[in-house]
Design a protein around this ligand. Structure first.
Ligand SMILES: [Fe+2]
Ligand SMILES: [Fe+2]
Length: 492
């Protein structure tokens, strides 16, 4: 059998498409947004002649000119929660969401839907424009747009053409909005978790307010649309592992709790507990956590102390009276295993609480499927699930594991698979019918020859031909790295 080969990796230079070059536009679009955002910030902070302002404006003008030269146009369009550059939707990710959100909000407040910038726009033109853009009238987008246009005219700036947003909210756009909201929640969760863990590391007492609001949002979004947030757990960013891990464990746990019939209030407590399950690791030196081998006995002892270090940490949190008591139990019990063969060793027999059993399953899965250092190879997700189910030494609750498999499917979300059509596909969601767990909904990412398809097409593997045979069936799983595929990118 010949394996499909990819001719172009997803993030590399894509072929010239209908609307210019999407890969190029996505990349330069990010640079444009970041440079617009930093220019607006320096305009606010310094006088126009200041070198920081001048440099920032030159950056924007250069990026804009490059886009015009390369694509022969620059049309920046804001629609709902999205930003498009020459018809290519720019993706939000963990690093650019602050600038992205700011630029989006400023455009909305100023009543701007479309900005067309000519190749001739000078740094000074950008100064006039960005300055006017960033001072909208309160609650009056239309008035703001009129005033903005007038200011440009008065200053003799003709390099920009502006339009108000068009109102077309189709079903597809509506579901994309839900997805965009999920991406924002995910990115925010990682940032907030990072703040909390870093401040614990520095010996400060972090405030719980933001975390509480965040967990509420996660619970609401999972109750509304489980698929979007669960898909984002595939991002598994190595550099941010400690934080994405906590967020992923929280998302998996809440989705699992929902399947197990938890009430909204219980889901919230579960989410808080899951997010804080490894808080004890904030008290262990980072380089020790990142070591993959060669830990001394002493170092092991310290790592194995993170459950009770976590309990101590939670006691010290500001506003901890409002922290669910469950969070402490979970921090303490999440490595104990159902047969108590894990750590810490309890003095007498005890029952692991349901919340800790759920977090242990979510934790075990995320840890085993993530790359935690450049030396370790993560296991393919289906193998991890199988091991969790079949290896009693894992000490996981069989009922919880079963619910988890129902949630993720036998081929969990984010698994790269080879189909009997020789297409490559990424699993998007489990089949809602538990009888058909081997037939998930997938995104077909390459044709039989291995050529990448952008955007990918969605296929339901339960789809049958008139004669009752299946259109597509999974043959085997594949290693995304071998094909140069970053699975997480397909869920952003
Ligand atoms: Fe842990
Ligand atoms: Fe963990």
């Amino acid at each position: 059998m010949t394996s499909p080969q990819l001719t172009t990796p997803p993030s590399g230079g894509a072929a010239q498409g209908e609307h210019g070059n999407p890969a190029y536009l996505r990349k330069i679009g990010r640079t444009l947004i970041i440079s617009m955002y930093s220019a607006m910030r320096s305009i606010k902070l310094y006088p126009p002649e200041h070198t920081s302002v001048q440099r920032a404006l030159e950056d924007v003008a250069n990026v804009a000119r490059e886009i015009n030269e390369h694509e022969h146009e620059l049309e920046f369009r804001v629609s709902g929660e999205f930003i498009f550059l020459n018809e290519t939707r720019l993706r939000l990710d963990l690093t650019n969401y602050a600038s992205f959100g700011q630029v989006l909000n400023i455009c909305k407040a100023s009543g701007v839907g479309v900005i067309r910038a000519a190749e001739t726009a000078t740094p000074n033109d950008w100064l006039v424009f960005l300055n006017a853009l960033d001072t909208p009238l309160k609650n009056d987008p239309e008035g703001s747009l009129d005033r903005l246009t007038e200011r440009l005219r008065n200053a003799g700036v003709t390099a920009f053409e502006l339009e108000q947003p068009s109102e077309s909210d189709t079903d597809r756009e509506a579901s994309e909005q839900v997805h965009a909201a999920a991406v924002r929640t995910y990115a925010q969760s990682v940032t907030v978790t990072k703040d909390v863990m870093n401040s614990v590391r520095l010996g400060k007492t972090p405030s719980l307010k933001k975390i509480k609001r965040l967990v509420q949002t996660i619970v609401d979004q999972i109750l509304n649309n489980e698929v979007s947030l669960v898909g984002l757990t595939t991002i598994r960013d190595y550099d941010e592992y400690t934080f994405t891990h906590s967020v992923n464990v929280c998302i998996f746990s809440v989705a699992l709790g929902r399947r197990l019939g938890f009430t909204k209030r219980q889901l919230y407590d579960l989410g808080m507990a899951a997010l804080f399950h490894d808080i004890g690791k904030s008290r262990i030196p980072i380089d020790m956590l990142q070591k993959t081998e060669g830990l001394t006995d002493e170092e092991w002892k310290l790592i194995m102390a993170h459950p009770w270090l976590g309990v101590l940490g939670l006691f010290q949190m500001r506003g901890q009276a409002e922290l669910p008591y469950r969070a402490m139990v979970v921090a303490y019990e999440h490595h104990m295993k159902c047969d108590l063969s894990g750590y810490p060793k309890p003095i007498r027999a005890r029952q692991i609480c349901m919340t800790a059993k759920i977090v242990a399953v979510a934790d075990g899965y995320d840890a085993a499927t993530s790359r935690r250092s450049y030396q370790t190879e993560p296991l393919p997700p289906p193998a991890v699930l199988e091991e969790m189910r079949d290896n009693p030494r894992r000490g996981m609750d069989p009922v919880v594991v079963k619910a988890f498999i129902n949630l993720l499917g036998i081929y969990p979300v984010g698994t790269l698979v080879v189909l009997d059509t020789f297409e490559l596909a990424i699993v998007q969601t489990a089949n809602p019918n538990p009888e058909l767990l081997a037939r998930p909904i997938v995104m077909v990412v390459s044709d039989p020859m291995g050529n990448l398809i952008t955007p990918p097409t969605v296929a339901d593997l339960a789809e049958q031909r008139p004669d009752g045979t299946y259109e597509r069936t999974i043959i085997k799983t594949a290693d995304p790295e071998r094909y140069g595929i970053r699975v997480g990118d397909y869920f952003l």
